[in-house]
Write a protein of this length. Sequence first.
Length: 108
Amino acid sequence: MPESTDVIQGTLDMLILKSLSLQPMHGFGVTKRIEQISKGVFRVNPGSLLLAFQRMERNGLIGAEWRASENNRRAKYYHLTKKGRKRLEVETTEWRQRVAAIARLLEA
């Protein structure tokens, strides 16, 4: 099993958008989702996550509201906006193109 690493530079926004496309969730939920789906390969720095949330909310990619979490604590839940869903589609397409190009280079 590969060693756990920080999320690759420039991909955190895409991973957050993908996580929120599944359902609205709070920051800890997003962190756990990324770690779970990557099977522990990626871990998210809480400071980086907070800055990404703030930037993405400011840019209209995500919205947020305060509500009770699963353990009855007040938590900020984030959700994907229409603009965020479009950005996710664009970033996913671009990411797949990059991955395919790298695969071709590695096979050459």
